[in-house]
Design a protein around this ligand. Structure first.
Ligand SMILES: C[S@@+](CC[C@H](N)C(=O)[O-])C[C@H]1O[C@@H](n2cnc3c(N)ncnc32)[C@H](O)[C@@H]1O
Length: 209
């Protein structure tokens, strides 16, 4: 994923900080550290190719900062950019604040449960994201208030995406667009522009109960 020299310098600072904190707090699975740049950073950056003009993002369950901090680093030179990072774990939230500080990137950390904070995010949100946080049907429920107000949802998912979509369509009327991950593996990005709750959950045969 090509980035400017300024973004690369910010990402370098972020990675240095992440490795420093990783020694005392588990921010990413240790087995993924050797492939940090592809597995986590490029995986996060690819969202910008789907929503290149989005300036305001909300990342739900940011953990060690993927994709939220990476997006904030990439958008640091964009006037009016803002990334809301929602995380309920206090240590991780402290890390996220420090990551935004050392990279001088535009973001706000919300130390809270996603369900409690989504409604409190003020101002328009262009994109809502989540990676490795919850099953798709639950993420859709979290994101619905923001999508209703015009946000696009971009969820990074693994190879079980079809099964997750089948489950999600029991509860939600959605027309997902699927993007194959550019970073290899079996990853997918689920894009949603509209979300409507089904009046009654669908049965196993696809009809309303
Ligand atoms: C497996 S980690 C993934 C972190 C990051 N998105 C990534 O892909 O590396 C899931 C993170 O979501 C946070 N999380 C899960 N459910 C949450 C909720 N309901 N509210 C806030 N944070 C939540 C956890 O604390 C954890 O840091």
């Amino acid at each position: 994923m090509p980035v400017s020299r300024e973004t690369e310098a910010r990402l370098d600072r972020y990675v240095d900080l992440l490795l420093e904190w990783q020694a005392k707090t588990n921010l990413v699975a240790p087995s993924t550290l050797p492939s940090l740049w592809t597995r986590h950073i490029a995986d996060s950056l690819q969202l910008l190719t789907i929503a290149p003009s989005a300036k305001t993002w909300a990342d739900l369950g940011s953990g060690g900062g993927f994709p939220g901090v990476v997006l904030a680093c990439a958008l640091a030179g964009t006037p009016g950019a803002m990334v809301h990072l929602v995380e309920r774990n206090a240590k991780k939230a402290a890390f996220l604040r420090e990551a935004l500080r050392v990279t001088n990137s535009p973001g706000q950390v919300h130390l809270s449960d996603i369900g409690d904070s989504v409604d409190r995010i003020t101002g328009p949100v262009d994109c809502v994201t989540a990676r490795a946080v919850a099953p798709l049907h639950q993420l859709i429920g979290f994101a619905e208030p923001l999508v209703r107000k015009g946000a696009k949802a971009l969820f990074l998912k693994g190879q079980d995406v079809e099964a997750e979509l089948t489950e999600a369509t029991k509860y939600w009327n959605i027309k997902p667009q699927l993007h194959s991950s550019r970073t290899g593996g079996h990853g997918w990005i689920v894009e949603l522009d509209n979300i409507e709750r089904r009046r009654q959950p669908a049965t196993a045969h696809g009809t309303s109960a």
